[in-house]
Design a protein around this ligand. Structure first.
Ligand SMILES: Cc1cc2nc3c(=O)[nH]c(=O)nc-3n(C[C@H](O)[C@H](O)[C@H](O)COP(=O)(O)OP(=O)(O)OC[C@H]3O[C@@H](n4cnc5c(N)ncnc54)[C@H](O)[C@@H]3O)c2cc1C
Length: 404
Protein backbone atom coordinates (compact mmCIF):
# COMPACT_ATOMS: atom_id res chain seq x y z
CA UNK A 1 0.00 0.00 0.00
CA UNK A 2 1.30 3.47 -0.83
CA UNK A 3 1.50 5.78 2.20
CA UNK A 4 0.76 9.40 1.31
CA UNK A 5 1.34 10.83 4.78
CA UNK A 6 3.40 13.98 4.27
CA UNK A 7 6.71 13.87 6.09
CA UNK A 8 7.95 16.87 8.09
CA UNK A 9 10.10 17.83 5.08
CA UNK A 10 7.08 17.74 2.76
CA UNK A 11 4.94 19.71 5.17
CA UNK A 12 7.59 22.36 5.73
CA UNK A 13 8.12 22.79 1.99
CA UNK A 14 4.38 22.96 1.39
CA UNK A 15 3.82 25.62 4.05
CA UNK A 16 6.85 27.68 3.05
CA UNK A 17 5.95 27.65 -0.66
CA UNK A 18 2.29 28.34 0.09
CA UNK A 19 3.26 31.28 2.25
CA UNK A 20 5.37 32.66 -0.61
CA UNK A 21 2.62 32.08 -3.18
CA UNK A 22 0.06 33.89 -1.04
CA UNK A 23 2.21 36.74 0.26
CA UNK A 24 4.43 37.43 -2.75
CA UNK A 25 2.88 36.00 -5.93
CA UNK A 26 -0.85 36.64 -5.63
CA UNK A 27 -0.54 40.39 -4.96
CA UNK A 28 1.45 40.77 -8.22
CA UNK A 29 -0.55 38.32 -10.28
CA UNK A 30 -2.95 40.72 -12.04
CA UNK A 31 -0.17 43.24 -12.68
CA UNK A 32 2.02 40.54 -14.25
CA UNK A 33 -0.89 39.50 -16.45
CA UNK A 34 -1.49 43.06 -17.63
CA UNK A 35 2.20 43.83 -18.19
CA UNK A 36 2.99 40.38 -19.69
CA UNK A 37 6.01 40.14 -17.39
CA UNK A 38 6.92 38.87 -13.96
CA UNK A 39 8.09 41.81 -11.85
CA UNK A 40 11.87 41.75 -11.35
CA UNK A 41 11.52 42.01 -7.56
CA UNK A 42 9.60 38.73 -7.48
CA UNK A 43 12.20 36.97 -9.63
CA UNK A 44 14.86 38.18 -7.21
CA UNK A 45 12.95 36.87 -4.19
CA UNK A 46 12.42 33.47 -5.84
CA UNK A 47 16.12 33.19 -6.47
CA UNK A 48 16.97 34.23 -2.93
CA UNK A 49 14.72 31.40 -1.72
CA UNK A 50 16.65 28.95 -3.92
CA UNK A 51 13.51 28.15 -5.95
CA UNK A 52 14.46 27.19 -9.50
CA UNK A 53 12.38 25.70 -12.27
CA UNK A 54 13.75 22.32 -13.29
CA UNK A 55 15.49 21.58 -10.00
CA UNK A 56 17.19 23.16 -7.04
CA UNK A 57 20.82 24.26 -7.27
CA UNK A 58 21.80 21.08 -5.39
CA UNK A 59 20.05 18.82 -7.89
CA UNK A 60 21.67 20.40 -10.92
CA UNK A 61 24.82 19.21 -12.52
CA UNK A 62 24.94 15.83 -10.94
CA UNK A 63 23.66 12.34 -11.47
CA UNK A 64 20.56 11.59 -13.56
CA UNK A 65 18.42 11.07 -10.49
CA UNK A 66 19.20 14.47 -9.09
CA UNK A 67 22.08 14.51 -6.62
CA UNK A 68 21.77 16.21 -3.31
CA UNK A 69 18.00 15.78 -3.37
CA UNK A 70 16.45 15.02 -0.02
CA UNK A 71 15.99 11.38 0.79
CA UNK A 72 13.00 10.01 2.66
CA UNK A 73 13.32 7.95 5.84
CA UNK A 74 13.86 4.79 3.78
CA UNK A 75 16.78 6.51 2.04
CA UNK A 76 14.83 6.86 -1.23
CA UNK A 77 15.11 10.04 -3.24
CA UNK A 78 11.98 12.17 -3.19
CA UNK A 79 12.72 14.89 -5.71
CA UNK A 80 9.57 14.16 -7.71
CA UNK A 81 7.31 14.19 -4.66
CA UNK A 82 8.84 17.41 -3.39
CA UNK A 83 8.52 18.99 -6.84
CA UNK A 84 4.81 18.23 -7.21
CA UNK A 85 4.02 19.40 -3.69
CA UNK A 86 5.81 22.71 -4.28
CA UNK A 87 4.45 23.20 -7.80
CA UNK A 88 0.84 22.82 -6.71
CA UNK A 89 1.35 25.70 -4.27
CA UNK A 90 3.22 27.95 -6.73
CA UNK A 91 0.54 27.43 -9.41
CA UNK A 92 -2.09 28.19 -6.77
CA UNK A 93 -0.26 31.52 -6.41
CA UNK A 94 -0.17 32.17 -10.15
CA UNK A 95 -0.45 29.74 -13.10
CA UNK A 96 1.64 31.86 -15.48
CA UNK A 97 4.35 33.21 -13.19
CA UNK A 98 5.32 29.67 -12.22
CA UNK A 99 6.57 29.14 -15.78
CA UNK A 100 8.66 32.28 -15.56
CA UNK A 101 10.67 31.13 -12.56
CA UNK A 102 14.37 31.14 -13.50
CA UNK A 103 16.06 27.78 -14.02
CA UNK A 104 16.62 25.22 -16.76
CA UNK A 105 12.89 24.44 -16.71
CA UNK A 106 11.70 21.73 -19.06
CA UNK A 107 15.19 21.67 -20.56
CA UNK A 108 16.50 20.10 -17.33
CA UNK A 109 15.17 16.53 -17.67
CA UNK A 110 16.72 15.78 -21.11
CA UNK A 111 20.06 17.21 -19.99
CA UNK A 112 19.88 15.28 -16.75
CA UNK A 113 18.86 11.97 -18.32
CA UNK A 114 20.57 12.02 -21.70
CA UNK A 115 23.59 14.23 -21.06
CA UNK A 116 27.07 12.90 -20.34
CA UNK A 117 28.51 13.88 -16.93
CA UNK A 118 30.55 16.58 -18.70
CA UNK A 119 27.46 17.97 -20.43
CA UNK A 120 25.44 17.98 -17.22
CA UNK A 121 28.20 19.87 -15.45
CA UNK A 122 28.63 22.35 -18.31
CA UNK A 123 24.98 23.13 -19.01
CA UNK A 124 23.78 23.25 -15.40
CA UNK A 125 26.74 25.24 -14.06
CA UNK A 126 25.28 28.72 -14.82
CA UNK A 127 22.15 27.92 -12.79
CA UNK A 128 24.13 27.50 -9.60
CA UNK A 129 24.66 31.26 -9.60
CA UNK A 130 21.73 32.57 -7.59
CA UNK A 131 22.49 36.21 -8.37
CA UNK A 132 21.54 36.08 -12.04
CA UNK A 133 18.23 34.93 -13.55
CA UNK A 134 19.11 32.29 -16.14
CA UNK A 135 16.62 30.23 -18.13
CA UNK A 136 16.80 27.01 -20.09
CA UNK A 137 14.10 25.84 -22.50
CA UNK A 138 12.82 22.81 -24.37
CA UNK A 139 12.15 23.17 -28.09
CA UNK A 140 10.33 20.26 -29.63
CA UNK A 141 7.15 21.71 -31.19
CA UNK A 142 7.17 22.90 -34.79
CA UNK A 143 4.44 24.43 -36.96
CA UNK A 144 3.76 20.96 -38.43
CA UNK A 145 4.63 18.79 -35.43
CA UNK A 146 3.01 19.15 -32.02
CA UNK A 147 1.28 16.03 -30.74
CA UNK A 148 3.01 14.01 -33.44
CA UNK A 149 6.56 14.62 -32.24
CA UNK A 150 7.88 11.97 -34.63
CA UNK A 151 7.00 14.32 -37.52
CA UNK A 152 9.56 17.03 -36.68
CA UNK A 153 11.34 18.37 -39.74
CA UNK A 154 14.13 20.50 -38.29
CA UNK A 155 17.19 18.95 -39.92
CA UNK A 156 20.67 18.26 -38.54
CA UNK A 157 23.43 17.56 -41.04
CA UNK A 158 26.89 16.52 -39.87
CA UNK A 159 29.72 18.75 -41.12
CA UNK A 160 33.12 18.02 -39.59
CA UNK A 161 32.91 18.53 -35.81
CA UNK A 162 29.61 20.36 -36.14
CA UNK A 163 25.98 19.70 -37.01
CA UNK A 164 24.18 22.24 -39.19
CA UNK A 165 20.61 22.79 -38.02
CA UNK A 166 17.76 24.23 -40.12
CA UNK A 167 14.14 24.60 -39.06
CA UNK A 168 11.59 26.52 -37.01
CA UNK A 169 10.36 25.80 -33.49
CA UNK A 170 7.20 27.44 -32.13
CA UNK A 171 5.44 28.10 -28.80
CA UNK A 172 8.64 27.61 -26.82
CA UNK A 173 8.28 28.67 -23.18
CA UNK A 174 11.18 30.97 -22.20
CA UNK A 175 12.85 30.15 -25.55
CA UNK A 176 13.70 33.77 -26.27
CA UNK A 177 15.46 34.52 -23.00
CA UNK A 178 17.02 31.07 -22.48
CA UNK A 179 20.79 30.75 -22.25
CA UNK A 180 20.27 27.45 -24.04
CA UNK A 181 17.45 25.57 -25.74
CA UNK A 182 17.23 21.79 -25.93
CA UNK A 183 16.41 21.43 -29.64
CA UNK A 184 15.04 18.28 -31.27
CA UNK A 185 16.08 17.70 -34.89
CA UNK A 186 16.28 14.83 -37.36
CA UNK A 187 19.28 13.52 -39.29
CA UNK A 188 16.98 11.45 -41.52
CA UNK A 189 13.24 12.02 -41.57
CA UNK A 190 12.57 8.68 -43.27
CA UNK A 191 13.83 6.93 -40.12
CA UNK A 192 11.14 8.52 -37.92
CA UNK A 193 12.11 8.57 -34.28
CA UNK A 194 15.33 6.67 -34.91
CA UNK A 195 16.56 9.69 -36.88
CA UNK A 196 16.01 12.14 -34.02
CA UNK A 197 18.90 13.87 -32.30
CA UNK A 198 18.73 16.21 -29.29
CA UNK A 199 21.04 19.26 -29.16
CA UNK A 200 21.72 21.99 -26.68
CA UNK A 201 21.76 25.20 -28.72
CA UNK A 202 23.35 28.03 -26.79
CA UNK A 203 22.26 31.65 -27.06
CA UNK A 204 24.47 33.50 -29.54
CA UNK A 205 25.19 30.43 -31.69
CA UNK A 206 25.51 31.75 -35.26
CA UNK A 207 22.35 30.95 -37.24
CA UNK A 208 20.09 30.85 -34.16
CA UNK A 209 17.58 33.65 -33.70
CA UNK A 210 14.31 34.43 -31.98
CA UNK A 211 11.27 34.99 -34.21
CA UNK A 212 7.91 36.24 -33.01
CA UNK A 213 6.80 36.35 -29.40
CA UNK A 214 3.33 34.78 -29.25
CA UNK A 215 0.34 36.81 -28.06
CA UNK A 216 -1.84 34.38 -26.18
CA UNK A 217 -5.32 34.24 -24.66
CA UNK A 218 -3.81 33.70 -21.21
CA UNK A 219 -0.51 32.90 -19.51
CA UNK A 220 0.60 36.44 -20.29
CA UNK A 221 3.39 36.49 -17.71
CA UNK A 222 4.97 33.48 -19.38
CA UNK A 223 6.80 34.30 -22.58
CA UNK A 224 6.33 31.93 -25.53
CA UNK A 225 8.59 32.29 -28.56
CA UNK A 226 9.26 31.15 -32.08
CA UNK A 227 12.87 30.07 -32.66
CA UNK A 228 14.56 30.05 -36.05
CA UNK A 229 17.57 27.94 -36.98
CA UNK A 230 19.21 28.91 -40.27
CA UNK A 231 22.42 27.06 -41.05
CA UNK A 232 22.96 27.06 -37.31
CA UNK A 233 26.30 25.39 -36.56
CA UNK A 234 26.22 23.45 -33.31
CA UNK A 235 29.36 21.71 -32.07
CA UNK A 236 29.10 17.92 -31.72
CA UNK A 237 29.87 18.29 -28.01
CA UNK A 238 26.37 19.74 -27.69
CA UNK A 239 24.66 16.59 -28.99
CA UNK A 240 23.15 15.21 -25.77
CA UNK A 241 24.69 11.87 -24.86
CA UNK A 242 27.00 11.89 -27.89
CA UNK A 243 26.39 10.00 -31.17
CA UNK A 244 26.81 6.57 -29.52
CA UNK A 245 23.76 7.26 -27.35
CA UNK A 246 21.51 7.11 -30.43
CA UNK A 247 22.70 3.71 -31.64
CA UNK A 248 19.93 2.15 -29.55
CA UNK A 249 16.21 2.88 -29.27
CA UNK A 250 17.04 4.77 -26.08
CA UNK A 251 17.96 7.85 -28.12
CA UNK A 252 14.49 9.13 -28.88
CA UNK A 253 12.79 7.21 -26.12
CA UNK A 254 15.19 8.76 -23.59
CA UNK A 255 13.90 12.19 -24.51
CA UNK A 256 10.28 11.03 -24.44
CA UNK A 257 10.83 9.41 -21.05
CA UNK A 258 11.30 12.83 -19.56
CA UNK A 259 7.53 13.27 -19.99
CA UNK A 260 7.07 10.66 -17.26
CA UNK A 261 8.57 13.21 -14.86
CA UNK A 262 7.21 16.44 -16.31
CA UNK A 263 3.59 15.36 -16.83
CA UNK A 264 2.87 14.80 -13.11
CA UNK A 265 4.53 18.17 -12.50
CA UNK A 266 2.25 19.95 -14.98
CA UNK A 267 -0.70 18.01 -13.54
CA UNK A 268 0.21 19.23 -10.04
CA UNK A 269 0.15 22.80 -11.33
CA UNK A 270 -3.30 22.24 -12.89
CA UNK A 271 -4.45 20.86 -9.52
CA UNK A 272 -3.18 24.01 -7.80
CA UNK A 273 -5.12 26.23 -10.21
CA UNK A 274 -8.27 24.14 -9.76
CA UNK A 275 -7.87 24.53 -6.01
CA UNK A 276 -7.44 28.29 -6.30
CA UNK A 277 -10.63 28.61 -8.38
CA UNK A 278 -12.53 26.28 -6.07
CA UNK A 279 -11.53 28.19 -2.93
CA UNK A 280 -12.53 31.48 -4.51
CA UNK A 281 -15.96 30.14 -5.48
CA UNK A 282 -16.47 28.44 -2.11
CA UNK A 283 -15.70 31.60 -0.16
CA UNK A 284 -17.88 33.70 -2.45
CA UNK A 285 -20.74 31.25 -2.02
CA UNK A 286 -20.41 31.26 1.76
CA UNK A 287 -20.24 35.04 2.00
CA UNK A 288 -22.97 35.89 -0.48
CA UNK A 289 -25.55 33.14 -0.32
CA UNK A 290 -25.34 31.04 2.77
CA UNK A 291 -25.82 33.66 5.47
CA UNK A 292 -29.12 33.00 7.18
CA UNK A 293 -30.59 30.97 4.33
CA UNK A 294 -31.14 27.24 4.19
CA UNK A 295 -28.45 25.52 2.15
CA UNK A 296 -31.13 23.43 0.42
CA UNK A 297 -32.07 26.53 -1.58
CA UNK A 298 -28.66 26.35 -3.14
CA UNK A 299 -28.33 22.60 -3.41
CA UNK A 300 -27.24 22.70 -7.03
CA UNK A 301 -24.35 25.08 -6.31
CA UNK A 302 -23.35 23.20 -3.18
CA UNK A 303 -23.26 19.99 -5.23
CA UNK A 304 -21.05 21.67 -7.82
CA UNK A 305 -18.57 22.71 -5.12
CA UNK A 306 -18.61 19.20 -3.67
CA UNK A 307 -17.89 17.77 -7.10
CA UNK A 308 -14.91 20.06 -7.71
CA UNK A 309 -13.52 19.33 -4.23
CA UNK A 310 -13.82 15.59 -4.89
CA UNK A 311 -12.11 15.86 -8.26
CA UNK A 312 -9.25 17.95 -6.86
CA UNK A 313 -8.54 15.22 -4.33
CA UNK A 314 -8.61 12.57 -7.06
CA UNK A 315 -6.25 14.61 -9.25
CA UNK A 316 -3.80 15.16 -6.41
CA UNK A 317 -3.75 11.48 -5.52
CA UNK A 318 -3.02 10.59 -9.15
CA UNK A 319 -0.23 13.16 -9.23
CA UNK A 320 1.30 11.92 -5.99
CA UNK A 321 1.11 8.30 -7.17
CA UNK A 322 2.88 9.11 -10.44
CA UNK A 323 5.55 11.15 -8.61
CA UNK A 324 6.02 8.45 -5.97
CA UNK A 325 6.48 5.83 -8.71
CA UNK A 326 9.08 8.04 -10.39
CA UNK A 327 10.97 8.38 -7.10
CA UNK A 328 10.84 4.61 -6.58
CA UNK A 329 12.10 3.98 -10.11
CA UNK A 330 8.86 2.21 -11.06
CA UNK A 331 7.80 2.73 -14.72
CA UNK A 332 4.99 5.29 -14.57
CA UNK A 333 4.19 6.30 -18.15
CA UNK A 334 0.52 5.35 -17.85
CA UNK A 335 0.09 6.90 -14.41
CA UNK A 336 1.89 10.12 -15.47
CA UNK A 337 -0.45 10.46 -18.45
CA UNK A 338 -3.49 9.66 -16.31
CA UNK A 339 -2.60 12.44 -13.87
CA UNK A 340 -2.04 14.93 -16.70
CA UNK A 341 -5.23 13.99 -18.59
CA UNK A 342 -7.33 14.11 -15.44
CA UNK A 343 -5.93 17.27 -13.86
CA UNK A 344 -5.88 19.27 -17.12
CA UNK A 345 -9.54 18.59 -17.75
CA UNK A 346 -10.59 18.96 -14.13
CA UNK A 347 -8.90 22.34 -13.77
CA UNK A 348 -10.50 23.71 -16.93
CA UNK A 349 -13.91 22.62 -15.64
CA UNK A 350 -13.19 23.95 -12.14
CA UNK A 351 -12.48 27.43 -13.53
CA UNK A 352 -15.67 27.40 -15.64
CA UNK A 353 -17.70 26.16 -12.67
CA UNK A 354 -16.17 28.77 -10.36
CA UNK A 355 -17.34 31.51 -12.73
CA UNK A 356 -20.79 29.92 -12.83
CA UNK A 357 -21.00 29.81 -9.02
CA UNK A 358 -19.93 33.46 -8.75
CA UNK A 359 -22.07 34.74 -11.62
CA UNK A 360 -21.00 38.09 -13.08
CA UNK A 361 -18.46 38.58 -10.27
CA UNK A 362 -16.58 35.61 -11.66
CA UNK A 363 -15.99 37.50 -14.90
CA UNK A 364 -14.53 40.59 -13.27
CA UNK A 365 -11.01 41.52 -14.35
CA UNK A 366 -10.19 42.25 -10.70
CA UNK A 367 -11.32 38.92 -9.41
CA UNK A 368 -8.66 36.37 -10.50
CA UNK A 369 -11.08 33.67 -11.67
CA UNK A 370 -11.45 35.30 -15.09
CA UNK A 371 -7.65 35.26 -15.42
CA UNK A 372 -7.33 31.65 -14.27
CA UNK A 373 -10.00 30.72 -16.82
CA UNK A 374 -7.82 32.26 -19.57
CA UNK A 375 -4.66 30.70 -18.15
CA UNK A 376 -5.87 27.19 -17.55
CA UNK A 377 -6.71 25.97 -21.05
CA UNK A 378 -3.08 25.47 -21.99
CA UNK A 379 -2.63 23.00 -19.13
CA UNK A 380 -4.73 20.56 -21.18
CA UNK A 381 -2.59 21.28 -24.27
CA UNK A 382 1.13 21.56 -23.50
CA UNK A 383 3.23 18.58 -22.37
CA UNK A 384 0.83 16.57 -24.57
CA UNK A 385 -2.84 17.34 -25.12
CA UNK A 386 -5.61 15.54 -23.25
CA UNK A 387 -6.20 13.42 -26.36
CA UNK A 388 -2.50 12.56 -26.61
CA UNK A 389 -2.57 11.39 -22.95
CA UNK A 390 -5.58 9.20 -23.67
CA UNK A 391 -3.71 7.59 -26.54
CA UNK A 392 -0.74 6.86 -24.24
CA UNK A 393 -3.03 5.43 -21.55
CA UNK A 394 -5.01 3.26 -23.95
CA UNK A 395 -1.82 1.92 -25.56
CA UNK A 396 -0.52 0.89 -22.13
CA UNK A 397 -3.82 -0.67 -21.12
CA UNK A 398 -4.04 -2.69 -24.32
CA UNK A 399 -0.37 -3.69 -24.23
CA UNK A 400 -0.78 -5.06 -20.74
CA UNK A 401 -4.33 -6.15 -20.05
CA UNK A 402 -3.34 -7.40 -16.60
CA UNK A 403 -2.49 -3.88 -15.44
CA UNK A 404 -5.98 -3.31 -14.02
C1 LIG B 1 1.62 28.46 -23.79
C2 LIG B 1 2.28 27.32 -24.50
C3 LIG B 1 3.55 26.93 -24.11
C4 LIG B 1 4.20 25.89 -24.79
N1 LIG B 1 5.48 25.57 -24.43
C5 LIG B 1 6.17 24.65 -25.18
C6 LIG B 1 7.56 24.40 -24.94
O1 LIG B 1 8.17 24.97 -24.02
N2 LIG B 1 8.21 23.52 -25.74
C7 LIG B 1 7.58 22.85 -26.76
O2 LIG B 1 8.24 22.08 -27.45
N3 LIG B 1 6.26 23.07 -27.01
C8 LIG B 1 5.55 23.95 -26.27
N4 LIG B 1 4.22 24.21 -26.52
C9 LIG B 1 3.57 23.50 -27.61
C10 LIG B 1 2.66 22.39 -27.13
O3 LIG B 1 3.41 21.35 -26.56
C11 LIG B 1 1.81 21.92 -28.32
O4 LIG B 1 0.90 22.98 -28.57
C12 LIG B 1 1.08 20.63 -28.05
O5 LIG B 1 1.97 19.56 -28.04
C13 LIG B 1 0.00 20.35 -29.12
O6 LIG B 1 0.53 20.47 -30.40
P1 LIG B 1 -0.20 21.40 -31.49
O7 LIG B 1 -0.48 22.71 -30.88
O8 LIG B 1 0.63 21.36 -32.72
O9 LIG B 1 -1.59 20.70 -31.76
P2 LIG B 1 -1.84 19.42 -32.67
O10 LIG B 1 -0.90 18.34 -32.39
O11 LIG B 1 -1.92 19.89 -34.10
O12 LIG B 1 -3.27 19.00 -32.18
C14 LIG B 1 -4.46 19.70 -32.51
C15 LIG B 1 -5.63 18.91 -31.93
O13 LIG B 1 -5.67 17.61 -32.51
C16 LIG B 1 -5.64 16.63 -31.50
N5 LIG B 1 -4.87 15.48 -31.96
C17 LIG B 1 -3.64 15.49 -32.51
N6 LIG B 1 -3.27 14.24 -32.83
C18 LIG B 1 -4.29 13.43 -32.45
C19 LIG B 1 -4.52 12.02 -32.51
N7 LIG B 1 -3.61 11.18 -33.00
N8 LIG B 1 -5.69 11.54 -32.04
C20 LIG B 1 -6.63 12.37 -31.52
N9 LIG B 1 -6.49 13.71 -31.44
C21 LIG B 1 -5.32 14.23 -31.90
C22 LIG B 1 -4.95 17.30 -30.32
O14 LIG B 1 -5.27 16.68 -29.08
C23 LIG B 1 -5.51 18.70 -30.42
O15 LIG B 1 -6.77 18.74 -29.84
C24 LIG B 1 3.54 25.21 -25.84
C25 LIG B 1 2.24 25.59 -26.20
C26 LIG B 1 1.62 26.62 -25.56
C27 LIG B 1 0.23 27.01 -25.99
Amino acid sequence: MIDFTLSDTHQNIRSMVHWFAEAEMRPLSLQADRECKVPDELVKKLMQMGVASGGTPETMGGSPDGIGADKDKRGKKQINRISVIGSEELAWGDPAMILAIPGPGLGAPPVRFMGTPEQRERFFAPFKDLETAHYGAYALTEPGAGSDAAAISTTAVKDGNHYVLNGVKCFITNGAKAIWNVVFATIDKSKGRAGHRVFVVEKGTPGFRVGRIEEKMGMHASETAELILEDCRVHQDNLLGGEAHYASKEGFMGAMKTFDLTRPLVASMATGIARAAYERARDFFKENYMTGRPIARYRVIADKLAEIARNIDAARLMVWRAAWMADEGIPNTKEASMSKAYAGQLATKACIDAIQVMGAAGLSRDGFVEKWFRDIKVYDIFEGTGQAQRIVISKRILQNLKSF
